[in-house]
Design a protein around this ligand. Structure first.
Ligand code: HEC
Length: 174
């Protein structure tokens, strides 16, 4: 009888030790390996670029392209969130819904704003839709505020979203 109880206790003890060891192992693993973060769902599902992939975006009117990897698009989303989203959530233009950041609207502007270079030129000096100097709504991004790399990163995010993301740049706000 005593024997049996002892065996019972010792097996409970062993299981407890195993549980402690496994949780210590998991704790150490979560400290050592925080880099294995889940992919950004917006970039992965809407922009259709996975963590190991790159996107080709049209750079200029001659059709040259420039590649942007997944982490740069994640950065583009963050920069867009910090600098543009308050007026352009989801690619819409809240105070001028007829001028969203959709590919059709960007292509229809004079000059078109559908390449990295032309979109960067627009961000540096926003003109009116017909190319006249009559834009009073959009924010001018000076070099001292965001450098060339950063505005190109935002442009890549916007153009990839305009090309791929369902619902991006709607004019239908109500
Ligand atoms: C304070 C609000 C505001 C902020 C912030 C802002 N915009 Fe704008 N944006 C506007 C308005 C308003 C227009 C329409 C301007 C016009 O009258 O032509 C516009 C127009 C645009 C257009 C032209 C759309 C088209 O269909 O041709 C682009 C491209 C654009 N913005 C990009 C950006 C980007 C990129 C950022 C962030 C770096 C940004 N905007 C930040 C308000 C804003």
């Amino acid at each position: 009888m005593i024997q049996r109880i002892r065996t019972g206790f010792s097996s409970i003890g062993l299981n407890a030790i195993k549980i402690v060891l496994v949780s210590v192992f998991l704790m150490i693993q979560s400290i050592v390996l925080p880099a294995a973060a889940a992919p950004d769902p917006y970039i992965a599902q809407y922009l259709k670029v996975q963590p190991d992939e790159i996107a080709e975006v049209v750079k200029n009117a001659s059709g040259e392209t420039k590649t942007f990897d997944y982490s740069r698009l994640v950065q583009g989303k963050t920069l867009f969130g910090q600098n543009c989203q308050s007026c352009h959530v989801g690619g819409a233009t809240l105070s001028r819904p007829e001028l969203p950041l959709s590919l059709t609207a960007l292509q229809g502007a004079t000059p078109p704003r559908d390449t990295i270079d032309s979109l960067v030129a627009y961000m540096r000096h926003p003109l009116g839709y017909d190319g006249e100097d009559d834009n009073y709504g959009c924010r001018e991004i000076k070099e001292a505020w965001l450098n060339q790399d950063e505005v190109e990163t935002i442009a890549a995010f916007v153009l990839r979203a305009a090309e791929k993301a369902a619902g991006w740049g709607t004019s239908d706000l109500f």
